[in-house]
Design a protein around this ligand. Sequence first.
Ligand SMILES: Nc1ncnc2c1ncn2[C@@H]1O[C@H](COP(=O)(O)OP(=O)(O)OP(=O)(O)O)[C@@H](O)[C@H]1O
Ligand SMILES: [Mg+2]
Length: 353
Amino acid sequence: MRVGLTYNLKREIGGNTPFEGRASGKLPGGAALPEDFYLECDAPETVGNVRDALAERHEEVIMIEADEDAFEKLRSSRPDMVFNMAEGVWGADRESQMPAIMEMLRIPYTGSAPLTLALCLNKGRAKEILSHYGIPTPRYFLADTPSSVEHGRLDFPFPMIVKPLVEGSSKGIKNDCLVKDKAELVDRVARITKEYRQPGLVEEFLPGREFTVAILGNGSEVRALPIVEINYSSLPKGINPIYSYEAKWVLDTPETPLDIFTCPAAIDGGLKKAIEKAAIDAYKALDVKDWCRIDIRLDSKGAPSVLELNPLPGILMDPKCNSCFPKAARSEGMTFSGLVNAVVEIARRRYGI
Ligand SMILES: Nc1ncnc2c1ncn2[C@@H]1O[C@H](COP(=O)(O)OP(=O)(O)OP(=O)(O)O)[C@@H](O)[C@H]1O
Ligand SMILES: [Mg+2]
């Protein structure tokens, strides 16, 4: 097959990242780009690793950066199938842009369709759907402005966590986003709404163990890979028990990887079943295709609750990077290249090609 690879590369903002190419542009309303604007996008090394994995099994790999020229490149090259890892750059529906183009051009691609990608990036909309299907997810409200919080009624107790509504990769989820009172909440909502030009999603804080579940397949073939547990007890003092920006990007580096992951998670059969059920129910409710990583946390009674779905999961190849989907795959003997090509095969079966 001639396989395409759609991706977005990280860009440099204010000279603080080691990647080539400078960012340009502003947020709506003219605000400067936040420092972590490109965090969801991939490093050249990761894109190269995926390209090499695809090249092991396919005759040609066509590289298509998901920029303004992508439509023409897809139209003229017409790959038989595209491995889509493009996070998109601009707009709240950015993850949908490449799939929407490929739908229009009738080019098959891996992963979810535009609607699912947009819904999952918008954590509030995803939670509405989870709730509709009776799938547990933390109680929440949206905060458009700090004053709406200051003067509004709060329906669940502190501590709470506040995060940007439509971001991933812990963008905007700083260590201090776990808040213990109204004054802190108002302050963090002010920061998020100002820096990211979007509402804050305020959730009840679930104090229990945290897991992430990698899922592969469609229909009756949907299955969970070994569950990853993230254990925060060994984090330095003052670092909150959340997978925050600091935990993910500052404390955990390839040179000094954090030792906070266990896979397969040490859990009994009953809890394993309950976590897998919540994850697979969420996968089906959001109509996810081919693969997804789903974040789960236990509530104060020990019951699993779905935090969010990642239908374009991060896949860093180096085990020292602690990327959870490849970690889960490795623990059942699947290599990085095996994983990338398994996703292509799953998508092929779905399209019948
Ligand atoms: N309601 C909650 N209760 C407890 N912890 C939470 C809650 N919401 C988020 N967290 C913590 O914050 C982390 C990041 O939150 P979330 O998964 O929503 O962000 P993200 O940026 O979309 O993550 P990803 O990197 O998976 O894309 C979670 O892994 C978890 O540790
Ligand atoms: Mg997450």
